[in-house]
Design a protein. Structure first.
Lengths: 239, 239
DNA sequence: TAGTGGTCTAGACCACGGT
DNA sequence: CCGTGGTCTAGACCACTAG
């Protein structure tokens, strides 16, 4: 069975967004225009747009059109309040370890698949701060499979997820997290500039992606004294 | 302008689910049957079902029908792994403080609206454990407005959210959270049976509900030593 | 007023599940 | 086989936005 027509239109539009043909803030073709272009009815055009809407790629405005939205930055991931709100101003990110090949660690926060363990592992580590305070040490592991050239290229806008999306067309589809309160070990204490034995929030995450062979494993060590970790969820649409 | 037809059908079905006319695991009337019953077309019937699907009330099976689903227990809230997986077996919840009227605390985790502060405040506190370990102290505050009889009634199945849904038809629509790692204070240390100065995970939550005047404010103090706090998100539908 | 999205009708054909 | 949900057509009328 062939892919449904609305999924085809959906994919065409999504690619257009990801590749920048439709830029953030701009409008997609109107529903009637999509009907004419692709010889479909409005039901089908709307179904395609509905998918993009559900996934947060667009927002609709009655009487105006479908506008390309800023992709949710955090994808439901816990984000440091300052990061999303100060938007770059007083926020800094520095690499402790640039992406490089490593053997898989034995204490990965979630068990990896055999397939993953059979291929090489890319690791990178960053330190994130707000103003003059280091607030988060971020460690990331993932399989190098299908990510040719990743070690050589730079990050798009300094964002790992944006890089995956724009260079490799990989989207984050889900995550599994575990939260712990720990005493800071020496390495964390020195990086985050806190006393050893300070309470530290550790967030272990497994991100699943649109590539079934690729998961991202991360450990975030957070100093929550000045900047607690915040996030938001909305379950129901507001009509 | 009157409410759209599909919203009407949606509300009828949702009430049926909430009041138990359609029980968990049973099928709703088929799409064609809804068409006949309410004199609508399948487009409209499907739109109503789509809403229920999005909100997690039902799941659809091709060739079979729309089945009433167990409502997501945690509503995106971080849940203790043991709680969801052991499902009642080794899990226990005890009241430290039964629901009762109080004045609003000055250190509410999120600022409440004037409207809320003008009405009475209901507070209750519970201790949650897995096997013989106390893992979470849960403190809850919310306005008594519109919750007549709340202090007298028991919780439905021991669940606060189920009680709100089934007795007052109030659904959780979103949440805002802040995470902190803290040293245990004396009260927490004694309740959770850990050493004072142990690292404790504090989750502050503001739940918004389908009643714009009602928010739930909670503080969860978690001992994550044995049981880290886990949760899952899925962003994209799996087709 | 023209164009947009929101809702809805009345059909049709298909793929899937169970009998 | 029949009933289910999944997709799609070809229209229609409405409410909202903007020039």
């Amino acid at each position: 069975m062939s892919e449904s027509r609305y999924r085809q239109i959906y994919s065409i539009l999504k690619s257009g967004i990801q590749q920048g043909s439709y830029k953030i803030g701009n409008f997609l073709p109107s529903e009637h225009e999509l009907c004419r272009t692709y010889k479909i009815t409005r039901t089908t055009a709307r179904k395609a747009l509905d998918e993009l809407l559900k996934e947060g790629f667009i927002e609709k405005e009655h009487g105006k059109g479908s506008r390309v939205k800023e992709r949710r930055q955090s994808l439901g991931l816990l984000t440091v309040k300052g990061f999303s709100e100060a938007v770059g101003e007083n926020v800094h990110t520095t690499f402790i370890q640039k992406p490089s090949l490593m053997s898989w660690p034995s204490d990965l926060p979630f068990p990896a698949s055999e397939n993953e363990l059979d291929s090489k592992c890319i690791y990178f580590e960053r330190l994130r701060g707000v103003q003059d305070t280091a607030v988060m040490r971020e460690c990331n592991w993932f399989s190098a499979q299908g990510l040719d050239g990743f070690l050589e290229g730079d990050f798009v806008d300094g964002s790992f997820f944006k890089t995956l999306s724009q260079k490799y067309f990989i989207e984050i589809t889900g995550s599994e997290q575990e939260l712990r309160a720990l005493y800071a070990d020496e390495e964390c204490a020195s990086l985050l500039k806190v006393d050893p034995q300070s309470p530290i929030l550790c967030i272990s995450i497994k991100f699943t992606t649109s590539n079934p062979l690729l998961n991202i494993y991360s450990n975030l060590y957070c100093n929550t004294e000045k900047y607690p970790i915040g996030n938001r969820y909305y379950y129901l649409p507001f009509n």
